[in-house]
Write a protein that binds this ligand. Sequence first.
Ligand SMILES: [Zn+2]
Length: 131
Amino acid sequence: MYKKLTRIIPNCLECGDKIHYGRADKKFCSEECKSKYYNELGKVSRTYRRRVLSSISRNYEILDQLICSGIDNISLVDIMTLGFVPGIMTSHSRIRGRDECACFDIKYYMTESRIYSIMKIRNVSLPLQDF
Ligand SMILES: [Zn+2]
């Protein structure tokens, strides 16, 4: 009962061509495909980071404007209409059943339908390392 070992021929991750030679775990058919693949990967990652950072900035500006206007509580629908992205924040903790979120030095609580107790954190202490 011998099974004939057949070599599984991998496909190039970039162009999809079969890779007929080299190690079985080879991922690319050529150096060109390899660098093309990783360049694209870097672009996707940079674009993602840029989008997250711009969303954080926009969220902060929106929260800051609400505080300046004396508004400390708003429906998620309304704040999202202003461009707020609820899933993006700089910190989150669940305290006594409440979701406490922060966008830099602005703290707020979030439910499925509202954001409330929006306020600036006084005496912000940064648990960051000195450079
Ligand atoms: Zn290829």
